[in-house]
Design a binder for this molecule. Structure first.
Ligand code: ATP
Length: 473
């Protein structure tokens, strides 16, 4: 549903969640800035992931490695030689497409059976790196360029997705370095540092959140595919031979995490990879049904000892672990979980976004509400004095002062209470509290719940605890 997707994008802009980067200069393609509420939402998702991974797992620790890394790392990881996508250019429009996206886009317009057959053919060809075959598939199906409507294609070629820059003075010894295209390598190269200093025993994990950069060619899907984005990755180091059970464990554990975000389980699914890297034992994606269809949010990969072995070879440093339980030295195997923070925010926004018709034939009315789980909502509590006099603002500010030490609150005294509710609905604030004259008499306030729009009176003294409890749910 493209309309819903567009509505979410507009809403994100109108309410201070996400802006196009460099907007006053007409924007920078596939780069975005998070506004006041988007930054809070993103921080809450990041913190929730971080806590679930590190605080909730005694054998997982977090690190924060640099974006710039020694260039040989990207040789060892295979990114210099292999981090590329097969692309094709349309000769008339000069537009470049990722071959799989082009074919998938076309397949979406076909009846289900034909679509499946075409995708299967494509996956076979991709698996065999059969570029002439892919070109032929595009030509045989008369797949058109979306811009020029023509079918005039170049050959299929590979383009590396890494951004590069020069470190130090360019004139001297020009040293090309890359902006990391994933955070994982910072974990691999610190494997021994963390294992030794943290006295970590296998099985154990290292988690990290940070920026990654990819020169994506097709980048027209809002924060789903960006050129600068944030990843949340975790590498779990295990004894060789235990990879199947740990893979199964993390596959399930990560799905549970997604469900704990309050997502409808019917909108989540696994997608097994048809095409595996030569070293990989298994790989699966967790997909979410965005308004634009089921798409990958997270990957879980069983990577054997490939990455550490590569770094051992390229660095000449031993990447071994001595397992005291079995008295053996080995290079650990790795299960990796890798999720995009921005994609995750888009998923949470898509799930939360709702347009509701609340009107009657006599009195039309509607609202847009973001039904975030309380723990992810940018603002947890809005505090409204009913009027600007009679000591009500003072009481409201006392409540603010008490609550804002513990969670993000918002104070507002302008406009009718109804209007104030609607503004909070649009940014997803789960609770609004109104202080009125009765508060002065009996110490109660009206709390209004975002989703049900129901209101009830509760003691002023219990507001903070009520919100705290919901945030931890
Ligand atoms: P895709 O097939 O969508 O390009 P990928 O398989 O290349 O993704 P990975 O390399 O496995 O992705 O990266 C792990 C996660 O990082 C992805 O599941 C996704 O959530 C996120 N991610 C990857 N590329 C981007 C991007 N360009 N913009 C936003 N998030 C991204």
């Amino acid at each position: 549903d493209q309309n819903k997707f567009q509505a979410i994008i507009s809403h994100c802009k109108e309410y201070g969640f996400i802006f196009q980067s460099s907007e006053i200069y007409d924007g920078l393609s596939a780069v975005y800035d998070y506004g006041q509420y988007g930054a809070e939402l993103k921080k809450n998702v990041r913190d929730y992931w971080w806590k679930s991974m590190t605080q909730m797992h005694e054998n997982i620790v977090g690190i924060d490695s640099a974006i710039f890394m020694h260039p040989t790392i990207w040789k060892a990881s295979g990114h210099v030689d292999n981090f590329s996508d097969p692309m094709i250019d349309n000769k008339d429009s000069k537009k470049r497409y990722r071959v799989d996206h082009l074919i998938e886009g076309y397949a979406d317009t076909l009846p289900e059976a034909e679509k499946t057959a075409l995708i299967q053919q494509m996956e076979e060809l991709l698996k065999g790196n059969d570029y002439p075959g892919l070109k032929k598939l595009i030509e045989d199906n008369k797949i058109k360029c979306a811009v020029s409507g023509t079918v005039n294609w170049t050959d299929v070629r590979e383009f590396n997705l890494m951004f590069s820059t020069q470190m130090g003075s360019v004139a001297e010894d020009a040293n090309e370095i890359y902006l990391r295209p994933e955070t994982a390598q910072g974990i691999f190269v610190n494997f021994l540092n963390v294992q030794k200093t943290g006295r970590m025993k296998i099985p154990f994990g290292i988690a990290q959140v940070g920026k990654a950069f990819r020169n994506e060619i097709v980048a027209r899907q809002f924060v789903f595919r960006m050129r600068e984005f944030e990843q949340m990755e975790m590498q779990f180091f295990i004894r060789p031979g235990t990879e199947d059970e740990w893979y199964a464990y993390w596959k399930e554990e990560r799905m549970k995490w997604h469900k704990s975000l309050g997502l409808d389980p019917a909108r989540l699914q696994y997608h097994d990879h048809a095409k595996l890297a030569f070293y990989a034992k298994a790989a699966v994606d967790i997909e979410y049904e965005f308004p634009i269809g089921f798409k990958e949010v997270e990957g879980i990969h069983s990577r054997t000892d490939h990455d550490l072995k590569q770094h051992q070879q390229y660095s000449g440093k031993k990447m071994q672990y001595f397992d005291t339980e079995i008295n053996q030295n080995y290079i650990p195997y790795v299960i990796e979980t890798s999720i995009g923070l921005d994609r995750c925010c888009l998923m949470v926004l898509s799930e939360a976004y709702e347009e509701q018709d609340l009107g009657t034939p006599e009195k039309p009315d509607s609202r847009v509400v973001l039904k975030f789980p309380a723990k992810l909502a940018p603002i947890k509590l809005a505090v409204f004095p009913l009027t600007k006099k009679d000591g009500l603002p003072e009481l409201a500010k006392e409540l603010m002062a008490d609550c804002k030490k513990s969670f993000y609150c918002y104070y507002e005294e302008k406009d009718s209470i109804g209007k104030r509710y609607r503004r909070q609905d649009a940014i997803g604030t789960p609770f609004c509290v109104t202080i009125d004259h009765q508060t002065k008499e009996d110490g109660t306030v009206t709390v209004r719940y975002r989703d049900s729009m129901e209101q009830e009176r509760i003691p002023l003294a219990s507001v903070k605890e009520m919100v705290m409890k919901k945030i931890l749910e």
